[in-house]
Ligand binder design. Structure first.
Ligand SMILES: [Zn+2]
Length: 199
C-alpha cells in the first residue's frame, strides 16, 4: 500500500515567504456590514428599529418614532395628558427652558395624607381646602393633573401650554396643569383655588 504525500503548493519558497492564509478581515467585514444594512433596509427592518440600532438613533426619525408603540403609562397618568406633557417638555427644552414633572398621579392614600398635612399646616379647613382636594375629587388621583417645575418651567407652560392642550387651572397654583382644552385651543378661566371641589 502506497501513502500519497501532499506536497506543499510552492515548495520552492522559503517558509517565511509563504503567503499568509489569513484573509483581509478589515475590508471583508466592512463589506459585510454594508451588506447587512442593505439587506435590513430591503427587508424593512427599519420599522422595527433594528436598522436604527445599527446606525445609531440620533437622527430624529419621526416615522420610526411614530411607528414605535407607546409603552403603558407606568406613571399612572392619563396617556393623553402624558403625551401632551412630553410634547410640551420637548418644546420647552428646545427653548432652553427646563420643564419637569414635580407631581403627577397620586394614590388616594397619598392624597389623603396631603389633605391631613394641609389641615395641620393651615390650621383651618377653610384655608386647607383652598390648596388641596379630597381623594374623591382630586384630578391628581384620577391621573388627570400634573404639577410642574421649576418656576421658570411653569411660567413657560402657562404661556405656551394651550398649544399642547395644557392649561393652568388654579389662580393660586402656578404649577398645576390639566388637559383642559384641545391642542391649539383656548384655556378656560381659572378657578380661584381648589375650594370649589369640596362641595
Ligand atoms: Zn396639582
Amino acid at each position: 500500500m502506497t501513502t500519497t504525500r501532499v506536497r506543499p503548493a510552492r515548495p520552492d519558497l522559503p517558509a517565511r515567504h509563504v503567503p499568509s492564509r489569513r484573509p483581509r478581515p478589515r475590508r471583508r467585514s466592512a463589506g459585510t456590514v454594508v451588506a447587512v444594512v442593505a439587506v435590513a433596509a430591503a427587508l424593512g427592518w427599519a420599522a422595527t428599529g433594528a436598522l436604527d440600532a445599527v446606525r445609531g438613533s440620533d437622527r430624529g426619525d419621526a416615522p420610526l418614532a411614530a411607528a414605535t408603540p407607546s409603552p403603558p403609562a407606568a406613571t399612572g397618568l392619563d396617556p393623553e395628558l402624558e403625551r401632551r406633557f412630553d410634547a410640551a417638555r420637548a418644546a420647552a427644552d428646545a427653548d432652553g427652558v427646563e420643564l419637569s414633572l414635580t407631581s403627577g398621579w397620586r394614590t388616594a392614600t397619598e392624597q389623603q395624607r396631603l389633605v391631613d398635612a394641609a389641615l395641620e399646616r393651615y390650621g383651618s379647613a377653610q384655608e386647607a381646602h383652598r390648596w388641596v382636594l379630597p381623594p374623591e375629587t382630586s384630578e391628581h388621583v384620577a391621573g388627570l393633573a400634573i404639577d410642574v417645575g421649576p418656576t421658570d418651567g411653569a411660567l413657560w407652560l402657562e404661556q405656551h401650554g394651550a398649544e399642547f392642550g395644557l392649561c393652568r387651572t388654579y389662580a393660586n397654583e402656578l404649577w398645576h396643569f390639566e388637559a383642559a382644552t384641545e391642542p391649539g385651543g383656548t384655556c378656560p378661566p381659572m378657578h380661584d383655588d381648589a375650594s370649589h371641589g369640596w362641595g
